[in-house]
Design a protein around this ligand. Structure first.
Ligand code: HEC
Ligand code: HEC
Length: 216
């Protein structure tokens, strides 16, 4: 509770300081929802934020707090559209979004990945890109092993293949538009169906690693 007292003081001193988010309040929201109409996140995103591969519900555990808070704001403001998430995010204000983002960012999911398959095509695209078709290596933005580079680049390692595939298709087809400077749209537009499937399968099998910031 001390944080609650300190944060307003810090913010008064430095107008750009962002509230850290209250992990306990975020956990309550994840487990119970709120009375503004947000349903419990765990119903879809799982008890440990592990998501649900067959249903296409993304893993949230261990994604960086700024990325998660941005997605909730984008769903609320409509720059990212999804019939399930838009009304849920509309029931969260900035503070609640930050709290629940901080909670999911604090969860560790190391080791909870699908079994690695022989997937040289996916690995090559992820680690080296496909320069004949001007596709940069995914890890050049998403960090070594796809573990994410806070604040802008989310982890893709250990994310469900079904969800990765759906997001790449959404950018390619123009139904996801919330990436700054079209960074992902430009990449996705150049990917073939086979490349989308291969790289999604690849990242789903890469073990989750913490985004320590050590390489920056
Ligand atoms: C009824 C199921 C359902 C519930 C309940 C739900 N979500 Fe989601 N969530 C989804 C689906 C489906 C997606 C993927 C939507 C898309 O493709 O944009 C998603 C995506 C997200 C994303 C984007 C993840 C990423 O990697 O970009 C965030 C963040 C998120 N949800 C947070 C929450 C929070 C916080 C709650 C609780 C307040 C919640 N969700 C409740 C189904 C749900
Ligand atoms: C030039 C930088 C850049 C490159 C290269 C790049 N990405 Fe991204 N990617 C981003 C950014 C930025 C976002 C976050 C967009 C947002 O804020 O919603 C993102 C988001 C994503 C997401 C959505 C994650 C989620 O949780 O919803 C997936 C999946 C993804 N990238 C896969 C890939 C793959 C696969 C490749 C390689 C073929 C790749 N990216 C290459 C910049 C990049």
């Amino acid at each position: 509770m001390k944080l609650r007292l300190i944060i307003p003081l810090l913010s008064a001193l430095s107008p750009v300081a962002m509230a850290a988010g209250d992990i306990d309040a975020g956990k309550r929201l994840a487990l119970q929802g709120n009375d503004q109409g947000a349903t419990a996140c765990v119903a879809c995103h799982g008890a440990s934020g592990e998501g649900n591969a067959p249903a296409g519900f993304p893993r949230l555990a261990g994604l960086n707090v700024d990325y998660l808070a941005k997605q909730l704001r984008d769903y609320r403001e409509g720059s990212r559209t999804n019939p399930t998430m838009n009304p849920i995010a509309a029931a969260l204000d900035d503070a609640a979004s930050r709290d629940v983002a901080a909670y999911y960012a604090s969860l560790d999911l190391a080791g909870d990945t699908a079994k690695e398959k022989d997937n040289a095509a996916g690995r090559t695209l992820a680690l080296r890109g496909d320069w004949e078709n001007t596709i940069p290596a995914c890890v050049s933005c998403h960090g070594p092993g796809g573990r994410g580079v806070a604040p802008a680049f989310p982890a893709v390692a250990g994310q469900h293949a079904s969800y990765i595939r759906a997001q790449l298709q959404a950018w390619r087809e123009g139904t996801r538009n919330n990436d700054t400077n079209d960074l992902m749209k430009v990449v996705a537009k150049r990917l073939s169906d086979e490349q989308i499937q291969a790289v999604a399968d690849y990242f789903a099998t890469v073990p989750v690693q913490p985004d320590t910031g050590a390489d920056r």
